[in-house]
Design a protein around this ligand. Structure first.
Ligand code: GLY
Length: 438
């Protein structure tokens, strides 16, 4: 099979890495890829959002299956384009990708499917949003730009001043451009978050193992939001019963609600869940593999990912189950100097080979490039270092051992990734008190 992976981050390196282990893969291309994918696939000089060039490449090179990593090309309709030209693709079409592309659309589909989520109001003007904000609260609350905003359009506001500033940034400063034309003001939900990635073929849905990610830059969940500073898989306390419940009460109703609208969801339905005291609710949907969850989920997968994605693309997931290694995985992201406000490019990275050679360790590249024989930083999140272990403590120790072997100027890594998983697995912390996981 000739496979094209669209994207160039850590998630895409993880996809390419898994595909490269499949006996079904004859040749793997990555567009545009990074220094990590270059070592195991053919990077092509085409950007992930250059839809006509991707179509042209896939047709010319007789690609059998395209798997799309990032949301932007999905929301822009890459799968519609490939479908129209008879090219197999694993990802949702434009209508289905609206689950991520429009928070209002996602809320409407959830209401139609009877899926529990935070209460919200919808606003098309600054005046309307402002009128909905009471100085007396309740706070915190969440202001969300409706459209895609590169992960920055969700603002948690702790008081009236912060909430006013957030709606001003959408409607007045236009910080999110057209993505902020519509805004939702949503209740703040407290609890443990779980990312459940579900492979879908338009009708059938197969859950992958649950994961948790870390969104803030600093230890203790402090500082600004990032694209994700680490993750782990599975999630202690979110066991098979909770996965089954999430499938029954979230994934399946949403897929059915979309079908009622004549929209088939094919690809990865990423359910961002939160286990509140009132039960599991949906924080958000994404329409793709999570990053960096994928880098912690795939090392544990014992099934052939390429076979699963091909079955998803061709509507053949009925009765399929993914198999898992009975081990834990911890992923620590290494980011470049200045991230997330900025990123530093061109810093030489050393120690990659030594870290990657460690048993049970995989170093996934994200923002890396090759320059004069060196691998250098080329983005905010540079690497995702994943380690498997028998237990979270062993996996975590191994991941940080690998991180310590790698260096580049200004490297940042959170020191506390999976600390809570270690405590939860040891019975010292209950991530899901009173059975909140369902
Ligand atoms: N880890 C969050 C995301 O993939 O959007």
């Amino acid at each position: 099979m000739r496979v094209l992976v669209v994207g160039g981050g850590g998630r895409e390196h993880a996809l390419v890495h898994s595909f490269a282990q499949s006996t079904l893969a004859d040749r793997i291309f990555c567009a545009p890829g990074n220094a990590g994918t270059a070592a195991i696939a053919d990077n092509i000089g085409v950007g992930a959002e250059d839809l006509p060039a991707l179509l042209d490449f896939a047709s010319r090179e007789q690609v059998d299956l395209t798997v799309v990593g990032p949301e932007a090309p999905l929301v822009a309709g890459i799968c519609d384009l490939f479908d129209e030209h008879g090219l197999a693709v694993f990802g949702p079409n434009r209508d289905a990708a609206r689950l991520e592309g429009s928070k209002v659309f996602a809320k409407e589909v959830m209401r139609e499917g009877g899926v529990t989520t935070g209460e919200y109001s919808r606003h098309e003007t600054f005046e309307s949003a402002l009128a909905a904000l009471s100085p007396d609260g309740p706070y915190p609350l969440v202001v969300k730009a409706d459209g895609l905003a590169a992960g920055k359009g969700v603002i948690i506001c702790h008081d009236h001043a912060e909430a006013k500033a957030a709606v001003e940034s959408c409607f007045v400063a236009r910080d999110f451009g057209a993505a902020g034309d519509v805004v939702i003001i949503e209740e703040f939900l407290a609890g443990s978050e779980v990312s459940l990635l579900v492979l879908c073929d338009g009708r059938n849905a197969v859950p992958l193992a649950p994961a948790q990610d870390y969104k803030r830059i600093f230890a203790g969940d402090q500082g600004p939001n990032t694209g994700g500073m680490g993750s782990y898989c599975p999630v202690p306390g979110f066991e098979q019963k909770a996965i089954d419940a999430a499938m029954e009460h979230v994934a399946e109703p949403v897929i059915a609600a979309l079908r009622k609208r004549d929209v088939a969801f094919r690809g990865v339905l990423y359910a961002g869940l939160i286990a509140t005291q009132a039960g599991v609710k949906v924080l958000e949907f994404n329409c793709r593999f999570g990053d960096p969850e994928t880098q912690a989920v795939l090392p544990r997968l014992d099934s052939d990912l390429l076979e699963l994605c091909a079955a998803g693309a061709s509507g053949e997931l009925a009765g399929v189950k993914a198999a898992w290694k009975p081990r834990e995985c911890v992923t620590v992201v290494m980011a470049s100097a200045g991230y997330p406000a900025s990123s530093h490019k061109g810093d030489v990275i050393s120690g990659l080979a030594a870290a990657d050679a460690m048993d049970d360790v995989t170093v996934y590249h994200a923002g890396t490039a090759q320059r004069n024989g060196d691998v250098v930083t080329a983005g905010g999140r540079v690497l995702a270092v994943s380690a498997l272990g028998n237990g979270f403590a062993a996996a975590r120790q191994r991941a940080y051992e690998a991180v310590r072997k790698i260096s580049f100027d200004g490297a940042q890594a959170r020191p506390d990734i999976a600390e809570r998983a270690v405590k939860a697995a040891a019975g010292e912390l209950d991530l899901f008190p009173s059975g909140s996981a369902g």
